[in-house]
Design a protein around this ligand. Structure first.
Ligand code: SF4
Ligand code: SF4
Length: 228
């Protein structure tokens, strides 16, 4: 989660709802992958993003760490981010071009993280929910087409997704406040390990959706982390 101090500086000054139309459609990107480089500090992953990557790759969480995903310090929290190739700066999920002159493609496109899915849109959170905004001049394409945000996001179970996003936002906000008052390294490490092991290692289950699993864990995990 990145906090933007001034929305006016980077947006068109408007806030949008999921059923609004906005000039964000890059028309399939047509070989461009300009926003898939050097974004390792920008693309933080939610538990849902990690779940989607596990679903797509068939890998376990621990196999992703250090290769496709990096754990990074966000204040006193240790959270998963997309990993970039240290030489090329390319996202670890960007394929090598098959032909000279072509760009690589996202190898997890159908299961790509929320921030990638939204781009060039962003989300602004408030006490009672969130809205969408357009990051002007973020996409390299000079002209973008109008698209309904719901279509652009392409999440089929949006009501559950919306619930999850806001719960995750509130949990991270509360946890960020909570860890300010932890000065003992061992206690901090235990809390960070608990967070990763509990909420970022939700695995695909034929009986229960991600949202059901997250919901089942939410209250107890907040209690265990001291944020109830
Ligand atoms: S910069 Fe724009 S056109 Fe290029 S890959 Fe990103 S969204 Fe697509
Ligand atoms: S996950 Fe896919 S869309 Fe997102 S930065 Fe990596 S290659 Fe690009």
């Amino acid at each position: 989660m990145k906090t933007i101090t001034s929305l006016d500086e980077i947006s068109d000054g408007k806030l949008y709802d999921i059923d609004n139309f906005v000039l964000a459609d890059s028309d399939g990107c047509q070989g461009c992958n300009a926003c898939c480089h050097d974004v390792g500090d920008l693309v933080s992953l939610t538990p849902y993003d990690v779940y989607q990557i596990l679903l797509h790759t068939g890998l376990g969480f621990d196999a992703l760490i250090g290769d496709k995903v990096a754990l990074k310090k966000e204040g006193k929290l240790n959270l998963p981010y997309l990993n970039m190739n240290s030489t090329t700066g390319n996202c670890a999920f960007l394929s090598k071009p098959r032909h000279k002159g072509e760009g690589g493609r996202c190898t997890i496109h159908t299961h790509r993280p929320d921030i990638c899915r939204l781009f060039p849109l962003g989300r602004a959170y408030f006490d009672d929910g969130f809205k969408y905004f357009l990051q002007v001049d973020a996409c390299v394409k000079p002209t973008l087409q109008s698209v309904k945000i719901e279509t652009w996001l392409g999440i089929s179970d949006y009501a559950d997704y919306k619930w999850f996003l806001f719960e995750w936002y509130k949990l991270l906000k509360a946890l960020t406040f909570r860890v300010k008052f932890i000065y003992d390294d061992a206690e901090l490490t235990a809390l960070n390990t608990y967070l990763i092991d509990t909420l970022f290692k939700i695995t695909p289950d034929s009986e229960r959706t991600f949202f059901q699993q997250f919901g089942d864990l939410l209250q107890d995990s907040k209690k265990q982390m001291g944020i109830l």
